[in-house]
Ligand binder design. Structure first.
Ligand code: NDP
Length: 468
């Protein structure tokens, strides 16, 4: 009787539905409906997952599915399993049939998310050529930093609006997150070492040294991965973005746990302005020591993949467990001070960039820029350069570092009264930048020789006029 009814029903349905009903009748195909709802096995479905599972089973439309696949075609579960840019095409049939339908849908989302992370790197931007190395290699970048920053921040804020508890989860799972970053960073550093030794991408390769040193310093200055410069990827697209997203998350986590705090907001806002400024000026960063001198290895790549998310965010992280004690008026004062220091830091960097872009023919502080002509040797022969001696660069040789340190202290200040911990970042940065002054000056002395000595006579102080 039932068989006849089924035949009758099937005779009125489409071929597609017939096939689905046949599949649903196969032995074991309905096990997921009758099995114990064990969470560990993925059989505990919420309402939406149950609806999705039935939709998959009978070919009904699935709500909120992405419209388009990364390959450009329309996206649906059938397409996900046959498209070569999705991951299901390489799963064997039995493997796939044993997956609960809700897992298939969620895996679809995850595989897409990973690809979207990659697509992030493809955000439009003009091509930017970095400074040519001594050996004649000119690195190429996509100048899409600020768009990347805004887009990522907007997506993250939207996520926090819909699911604020993500912020608490991030704060509470920092050890696990950092452990994952660590594994990723170590794998990358090993890969860079092996590739640098076996198949370098440029001729600028570190000469043979003890292997630990090679691992630590890195082999190549400008290796590329996924078509992107490795240091742009680790420093700008991961480390500094993680810094930004984490400080926002820590502010929201603190808010959820202890209520709104203006001081914590000042702390997060200052870092957001600082990082926004960084991304705005990202092409200028390609001209700094991190990019032109440091090789892609443990020092810089591990530093950006692990140390930056862990340590640079620490002042904000500390406030999640120890709510700020400073008053609201003090918080506003800190915010204003911080903005002034960030603006001054930007201004110093900008003056040099502006001066270089105009080849010295420009006005700084309303006066014709003054400079010292310098020459240096490169693979293409003797080259000309200029050392600015007016504006901030005429007051001290590294005033940008001074403002950077003051800005860092300002976003640590909301932790005042909670011991030394909230200030660890600023103290570390002071040490890092003072050490960097010596590294940078040694580089310039070797590069420019007598012209650098002359510059040091004209501008005698390194950081603080009259003192150092
Ligand atoms: P600088 O921007 O000070 O750049 C130093 C280079 O500029 C020198 O190597 C030389 O390079 C050139 N230069 C030096 N003096 C002059 C001059 N008078 N006129 C023209 N060019 C000159 O340093 P960084 O690259 O280290 O820093 C850039 C920014 O990044 C700063 O704002 C700094 O505060 C920030 N920063 C932040 C860090 C953090 O962890 N938060 C770490 C490091 C930096 P050339 O060979 O081109 O002549």
């Amino acid at each position: 009787m039932q068989r006849t009814q089924l035949q009758e029903t099937l005779s009125h349905t489409s071929e597609e539905m017939k096939r689905r009903i046949e599949m649903a009748r196969e032995i074991g195909a309905s096990n997921w409906l009758t099995c114990l709802p064990l969470k560990t096995k993925g059989f505990s479905l919420n309402k939406q997952e149950f609806v999705d599972a039935l939709a998959l089973r009978y070919g009904w439309p699935i709500e909120d599915l992405h419209q388009q696949c990364t390959c450009g075609s329309l996206f649906d579960p059938n397409h996900a399993m046959t498209c070569k840019t999705e991951d299901f095409v390489c799963m064997r049939h039995d493997e796939l049939i044993s997956k609960p339908p809700n897992q298939i849908v969620s895996l679809c989302y995850h595989s897409r998310t990973v690809k979207q992370c990659y697509l992030y790197l493809q955000i439009p931007g003009k091509e930017f050529l970095g400074p040519t190395t001594q050996l004649g290699y000119t690195p190429r970048y996509k100048a899409n930093g600020f768009q990347f920053f805004l887009f990522s921040l907007a997506v993250f804020l939207a996520l926090l609006i819909f699911r604020p508890v993500t912020a608490v989860e991030l704060a509470e799972n920092m050890p696990q997150i950092l452990a994952s970053c660590n594994i990723l960073a170590m794998l990358l550093c090993v890969y860079l070492l092996v590739m640098g030794k076996v198949s370098p991408q440029t001729n600028d390769v570190l000469e043979s040294r003890p292997i630990l040193y090679e691992f630590y310093r890195g082999m190549e200055v400008h290796p590329r991965l996924l078509g992107v410069d490795v240091k742009q990827l680790t420093n700008c697209r991961f480390g500094l973005l993680a810094w930004e997203l984490l400080v926002v998350a820590f502010f929201v986590a603190g808010w959820i746990k202890h209520g709104f705090s203006l001081a914590h907001l000042s702390c997060a806002t200052l870092q957001t302005i600082y990082l926004g400024k960084f991304y705005w000026w990202e092409t200028g960063y390609f001209d700094t020591l991190d990019i032109t001198l440091d090789r892609a290895g443990y020092y810089i790549c591990w530093g950006c993949l692990v140390f930056v998310p862990a340590f640079y965010t620490y002042s904000s992280y500390y406030l999640v467990a120890h709510p700020p004690l400073v008053s609201n008026s003090a918080a506003i004062l800190i915010l204003i001070l911080g903005i002034v220091f960030i603006a001054l830091n930007y201004r110093v960097d900008w003056e040099k960039e502006y001066f270089r872009a105009h080849k010295g023919k420009c006005y700084i502080w309303g006066y014709q820029a003054t400079f010292i002509n310098a020459t240096y040797e490169s693979s293409s022969g003797i080259r000309q350069s200029k050392l600015l001696t007016s504006g901030f660069w005429g007051i001290a040789r590294h005033l940008n570092y001074v403002f950077e340190i003051l800005a860092a202290f300002s976003w640590c200040l909301p932790g005042l009264g909670n011991g030394i911990w909230p200030f660890l970042y600023a103290l570390f940065l002071t040490h890092l930048l003072v050490h960097r002054v010596f590294r940078d000056e040694e580089k310039c002395r070797v590069k420019y020789g007598a012209a650098w000595v002359k510059y040091c006579k004209v501008v005698p102080y390194r950081m603080i006029p009259g003192i150092f």
